[in-house]
Design a protein around this ligand. Structure first.
Ligand SMILES: *[C@@H]1O[C@H](CO)[C@@H](O)[C@H](O)[C@H]1NC(C)=O
Ligand SMILES: *[C@@H]1O[C@H](CO)[C@@H](O)[C@H](O)[C@H]1NC(C)=O
Ligand SMILES: *[C@@H]1O[C@H](CO)[C@@H](O)[C@H](O)[C@H]1NC(C)=O
Ligand SMILES: *[C@@H]1O[C@H](CO)[C@@H](O)[C@H](O)[C@H]1NC(C)=O
Ligand SMILES: *[C@@H]1O[C@H](CO)[C@@H](O)[C@H](O)[C@H]1NC(C)=O
Ligand SMILES: *[C@@H]1O[C@H](CO)[C@@H](O)[C@H](O)[C@H]1NC(C)=O
Length: 447
């Protein structure tokens, strides 16, 4: 193990001993470097044509199939030169680097017959948009190890407009595909790329560990229905940093499965660090937790985030029947501009996958710290609505200053029910449920 890595691991345990009750390692500081690949091939070697019209699915599939044979020889790179490379969905393989040159654009086919179809994920029991199967993502990694998707700011364009229309007009055959998805994979890097127009999610990692996403730009139109940027889902050790994401719905959403399916699959999202990102979320939230959180979400650290033009800034969503938990969340150094609701915690949010959910599976939302936050042009400071059966507990707010627009009565700017917590130096003054200052929670952990 390199000396620097040993030092970092040692440092992160010192931080743990010094007062944190939870163990967010320095996932971003491990500085994962992409492995050099001794072999490289070009997509044109497999007959691909970059004219924006020729369908290149077979070329991508054949290239990846060929490169499988290099897995035990140090891996290989698939190089995509400048051009517009139309394709349907294809799979990646282990020890592969997919590299998109500057001005290389991978364009997703808009014809559903060019997309593979897959079974629902076990932690969801059905597709997100519709019961039953789902389209596989444009670029898939299933049970892989050591994969890099990168470039010199090349582009992956999902051409999602047709999918958004099919969603809106209820004419989808299966749930919409994502742009890039990794399932049950480890040691994955996604970097130095621009992602446009995802049909649904832009980057989805599910049942994964050690995922490093940096220097990505991801955009969809503000009108696109329920499009989400990055979704760490039942995944652990995830770093997202130095990125810019502007989505129709949520920019970054942490999830872990849906009701009875997520509860029985029991795979949490844990140990996620989000740093130095610029986020916008037209009709959802720039950072959201849930609402699918039945496998649990914990040990999440979010810092140095700029949030703009979003319906809500930071959202916690769940509902009775979900089970699971959202806990040990630390959010700091946030700058918000032009936001509807800065903090929105809703314990009665979202629907159930089917009638088989357990109405007595109450979610736990606890130990959430929001601190060192400034907001400009905010409409509403915060809603914290737990439920009688599962109140939100130990919510800690500190050093928060929000300038509320058109506020005749800033007192209305917070609304709370079934929540308890504490606060210090918060403007405007929060609701009484969050006012008491509990030093045992606040100060000890503010280290
Ligand atoms: C892609 O991987 C999936 C498993 O995730 C598999 O079912 C499918 O057959 C693969 N497709 C190709 C073209 O290899
Ligand atoms: C990458 O390209 C997009 C436009 O395609 C641009 O908005 C973004 O700033 C570029 N990122 C970098 C790091 O050059
Ligand atoms: C991404 O770009 C940065 C800056 O050019 C470079 O340091 C880094 O190695 C690149 N990442 C990958 C995976 O190529
Ligand atoms: C304030 O934010 C709202 C969105 O919440 C936006 O429509 C409006 O233009 C912003 N006002 C200014 C002065 O930027
Ligand atoms: C909470 O979610 C429910 C269901 O989606 C919705 O009706 C309600 O308005 C939400 N509450 C807030 C404060 O957004
Ligand atoms: C309060 O938060 C701001 C960032 O929003 C930070 O610059 C400032 O240092 C914090 N103040 C204290 C006393 O921690």
């Amino acid at each position: 193990m390199p000396v620097a890595l040993v030092l970092l691991l040692a440092l992160s345990s010192v931080i743990l001993i010094n007062g944190r009750s939870y163990g967010i390692g320095n996932v971003c500081d491990l500085g994962r470097r992409p492995n050099e690949r001794p072999h490289s091939v070009k997509i044109t070697d497999f007959g691909a044509v970059g004219d924006g019209e020729t369908l290149n699915t077979i070329a991508f599939q054949n290239a990846v199939f060929y490169l499988k044979s290099f897995a035990d020889k140090g891996g290989a790179q698939l190089y995509v030169p400048p051009g517009r490379w139309l394709t349907g969905s294809f799979n990646l393989t282990s020890h592969l680097t997919l590299f998109l040159e500057k001005d290389a654009v991978i364009l997703a086919s808009q014809d559903p017959s060019h997309w593979q179809v897959a079974d629902a994920l076990p932690s969801y029991g059905r597709g997100i948009d519709l019961p039953g199967k789902r389209y596989m993502s444009l670029i898939n990694g299933d049970t892989l190890h050591d994969v890099v998707v990168t470039g010199d700011n090349g582009t992956i364009d999902g051409q999602g407009l047709v999918w958004w229309d099919r969603f809106n007009s209820h004419s989808l055959e299966y749930s919409r595909p994502h742009l890039v998805e990794f399932v049950s994979s480890g040691n994955v890097i996604v970097s130095n790329l621009t992602f446009l127009n995802a049909p649904a999610y832009t980057i989805h990692s599910v049942y994964c560990s050690n995922l490093y996403i940096h220097r990505v730009t991801a955009n969809t139109s503000p009108e696109s229905p329920y499009t989400i940027g990055i979704v760490p889902d039942s995944s652990e050790n995830v770093c997202i940093q130095d990125s810019s994401i502007n989505m129709g719905y949520d920019a970054i959403s942490l999830k872990s499965g849906w009701d009875e399916y997520g509860i029985s699959y029991a795979r949490p999202t844990a140990n996620v660090q989000i740093r130095n990102v610029y986020l916008g979320a037209a009709s959802g939230s720039s950072i959201s937790f849930g609402s699918e959180m039945s496998g649990g979400i914990s040990d999440i650290e979010v810092s140095d985030v700029h949030i703009h033009n979003s319906l809500s800034g930071i959202a916690f969503r769940t509902t009775n029947g979900r089970g699971g938990y959202i806990k040990e969340i630390d959010i700091s150094n946030i700058h918000m501009v032009n936001i509807g609701t800065a903090f929105l915690a809703n314990g009665s949010f979202g629907t159930h996958p089917d009638s088989g959910f357990d109405a007595n599976a109450f979610p736990l939302v606890s130990h959430i710290r929001l601190h060192d936050i400034v907001g400009e042009n905010i409409s509403t400071a915060g809603y914290f609505f737990g439920t009688e059966e599962s109140p939100f507990t130990s919510i800690f707010l500190s050093n928060i200053s929000l300038s509320i627009k058109n506020s005749d009565s800033p007192a209305d700017s917070w609304q709370c029910s079934y929540v308890d917590g504490s606060s210090e130096s918060v403007v405007p003054e929060p609701c009484p449920e969050l006012k008491s200052f509990d030093s045992s929670y606040g100060r000890a952990e503010a280290l």
